[in-house]
Design a protein. Sequence first.
Length: 135
Amino acid sequence: MKANTPVVQNVDEYIALFPKDTQKLLKQLRTTIRKAAPEAEEAISYQMPAYNLYGKVVYFAAYEKHIGFYPMPSAIENFKKELAGYNTSKGTVQFPLDKPLPFSLIAKITAFRVKENLQKADIKGKLKSKAKKSK
């Protein structure tokens, strides 16, 4: 997004900011994420769509020539081989707008992040219950 982009309140408003072709891709991306993380709460964070379930699951953002997908560093590392054809950084993948989006890979990465967050939440829950028992 550009610096002068208006502040959005929800994902529908965010998607509406972009050209029709990009909107179509963003809607498909949103559907893919929601199917892979049905219990995740959809929000706007850092002025981009974000999905939360016991912490951040994934974010995405549209740009002039690509869609940025932000699944956290652990997912980038875990799916390094599958992401080899894309520009990546520590916690980001860039999917070019002139190529088909890899929706099945996006779904797998999102499901991985959900599982990761649930495991962390479970561990924290067990630690809290142990602390209560020891009092």
